[in-house]
Design a protein around this ligand. Structure first.
Ligand SMILES: Cc1cc2nc3c(=O)[nH]c(=O)nc-3n(C[C@H](O)[C@H](O)[C@H](O)COP(=O)(O)O)c2cc1C
Length: 613
């Protein structure tokens, strides 16, 4: 028994000899002494200097108490910091796979650069992709395909109450403020937008002189700070808004509820970073930090939001007004839709941003783990509007890593009206994805306020690239639309795209995603029961969920047989093609009682009975 006892004081078997360890740790430091001695013997001043610098740095490393690595490994420890510093560059230039997205792959960036530089974007020898891999998607071309001459695709934004509708391009520059982007980048983007006749979203940092210099169409975004139209206490100023929104260049107004990379997060611009120009543009003081609160002060309920957009519409002289959001709690969006119905007042547009969206700066947890991805968010909004019978009154724009013509055509096919890109246009003005927007040290002068770094960005040259990127992307999309046998991307449908499933089979997107029928939410007859449940929880007078209503609804549903609508006769198509999930859309799913058991996977049911547009 005693033999088997563990000796807790025993020396580890492979203990490094003390001297060896010492040598390992101090060898480079010792080398500095050798260099100094050699310099003294040979009377070489550069060796003496090198040795002295090495010794001084080594002593500093041992004495300082911030970095344990340097204390243990004087001089040699610096190698770690150097490598760590250059890791992204080493990875990007030497090690990165062409298709690994960090967040954009080398292939995606190369495509944007080629299109921006107007050089050939064709490749040889066939696809590099595995066409049998799960999730792979492709358009189904037509034997009646034809080339399209017109590529300047536009759609009209502006509902019944709008007096100045805007014919927006199907591809535009997404919101990025002056402040997060440099003056030179803003100028280049706006001049490019002017050349190509497309829209440039100001971002929440207000309309700067650089937005106005070239006269490109603007979408003025109002965030929670109401920059450019605020009172001294940070609340909304109707008078300032009326003055500035009537600027001819401002074509639409966008209320920002949230953005995909940091939904639900406010922001602070420290006073040290507030230049006189930023202060004047944003209407803020230079003496204190500039706070963007997490939520709006102009409204507290869905109904107040509806009244706010109507106020903006009137103050701007009837321009299209809409809002941008990354979908969070679905019943809150549905509460807004209920308020629209109650007030009979609709936004002219909604922009959905996905969690995959970009930002100048955000905590990593927000970028990674808060907010709904684009397709799920879009389908929720689109289906809710169809289900409420008002989809035709509102146009939907989308953003979130849409960079190639396929990305754009795909979103239009599943029902979006137009697409925005932020980082695609950043690539067009020279961004190399160094991911240093938050450090003020952007190496290309795109996302920095440092005047010296900005000087590297040649505005006329980059404006031309912005124009080219837009033009060539739409040209490539026109080729897809023509190949499918259509004349305009608004005619693309989810059944024009096939998708490889996990089991190797293929499915049309019209079957892969759930598309609801018109008006079904109004009598709670959506096939995906989850939509009925979330609709029940939505409240036009509060952003809080009505849990009582959900519990009552579910109890009621258990007692009563399903309402006749839910037992509707299957359509011819449904009879012919039963759902792959074994549910032909008739009847009800089991009903959860509690919000936390709500299952959003319902977005993967299907029908293509209803046309999404
Ligand atoms: C540098 C930078 C600044 C941004 N600033 C704003 C902003 O002020 N307001 C906003 O709504 N979104 C902002 N965004 C988000 C973009 O408008 C867009 O919604 C998101 O990046 C998704 O598009 P992308 O994937 O094409 O970049 C910003 C994004 C970036 C990269």
């Amino acid at each position: 028994m005693t033999d088997q006892r563990v000796d807790v004081l025993a020396e580890p078997k492979h203990k490094e000899p003390y001297l060896q360890g010492l040598l390992l740790r101090y060898s480079v430091f010792a080398l500095a002494f050798v260099v100094l001695l050699l310099g003294l013997v040979l009377l070489k001043w550069w060796l003496i200097g090198l040795g002295l610098v090495g010794i001084a740095l080594g002593i500093y490393d041992i004495v300082q108490d911030k970095h344990a690595i340097l204390r243990n490994y004087p001089l040699s420890g610096h190698v770690r910091y150097v490598l760590e510093n250059f890791r992204p560059e080493i990875r990007q230039y030497l090690l990165e796979d062409d298709q690994v997205q960090v967040p954009f792959s080398r292939q995606q960036r190369a495509l944007a650069y080629q299109r921006a530089k107007n050089v050939s974007d064709t490749n040889a020898f066939g696809t590099l992709e595995d066409v049998y891999q799960s999730g792979k998607e492709w358009f189904l071309q037509s034997t009646l395909s034809h080339p399209l001459k017109e590529t300047n695709f536009r759609i009209r934004v502006g509902g019944a109450r709008c007096l100045q509708p805007y014919d927006i391009s199907v591809f535009n520059i997404s919101a990025m403020s002056f402040g997060s982007l440099s003056a030179a980048a803003i100028e280049a983007l706006n001049q490019g937008a002017k050349l190509g006749g497309f829209a440039h979203d100001t971002g929440e940092g207000a309309i700067s002189p650089y937005h106005k210099k070239h006269g490109g169409d603007l979408i003025w975004e109002l965030g929670t700070g109401y920059f450019g139209c605020r009172n001294h206490d940070g609340t909304f100023s109707a008078q300032k808004f009326a003055e500035r929104s009537r600027l001819e260049q401002v074509k639409m107004i966008e209320i920002k509820l949230s953005q995909g990379a940091k939904p639900g997060k406010g922001g602070v611009l420290p006073k040290e970073k507030i230049t006189a120009e930023i202060a004047e543009t944003r209407d803020i003081s230079m003496d204190k930090d500039c706070i963007s609160p997490a939520s709006h002060s102009a409204f507290e309920t869905p109904r107040e939001l509806v009244r706010f957009w109507q106020q903006l519409r009137e103050l701007s002289g009837g321009k299209p007004v809409g809002f941008k959001l990354c979908v969070g709690q679905p019943w809150q969006f549905m509460g807004i839709v209920k308020a629209m119905l109650a007030e009979d007042n609709y936004p002219d547009f909604i922009v959905i941003d996905g969690a995959e969206g970009g930002t100048g700066a955000a905590p990593v947890e927000f970028m990674d783990n808060v907010g709904m991805p684009l397709v799920d968010g879009f389908l929720l909004v689109h289906n809710t509007l169809v289900g409420a019978g008002i989809r035709d009154k509102i146009k939907i724009g989308v953003s979130g890593k849409l960079i190639s013509a396929f990305d754009i055509a795909r979103m239009l096919a599943i029902g979006a009206d137009w697409c925005n890109s932020a980082r695609g246009f950043m690539f067009a003005v020279g961004c190399i994805q160094s991911r240093s927007c938050h450090t003020n040290k952007c190496p290309t002068g795109v996302a920095t306020q440092d005047p010296y770094r900005q000087r590297a960005l040649d505005v006329p040259d980059k404006a031309q690239r912005v124009y080219n990127f837009h033009k060539n992307t739409l040209k490539a999309m026109a080729a897809i639309v023509g190949a499918v046998g259509l004349d305009h991307p608004k005619d693309l449908r989810p059944y024009h795209i096939a998708r490889r499933m996990d089991d190797g089979s293929i499915k049309l997107l019209s079957k892969f995603y759930y598309f609801t029928e018109k008006g079904v939410l109004l009598d709670l007859s959506a096939r995906a029961e989850i939509f009925n449940q979330m609709w029940v929880m939505a409240n036009p007078d509060s952003f809080l969920a009505d849990n009582e209503a959900l519990i009552a609804y579910n109890n009621d549903a258990r007692i009563k047989p399903p309402v006749p609508n839910r037992q509707r006769t299957p359509t011819k198509r449904e009879e012919l093609e039963p759902d792959d999930l074994g549910n032909n859309g008739v009847g009800r799913d089991p009903s959860p009682d509690r919000i936390d058991s709500v299952d959003l996977s319902a977005t993967h049911y299907y029908t293509y009975e209803d046309d999404p547009h």
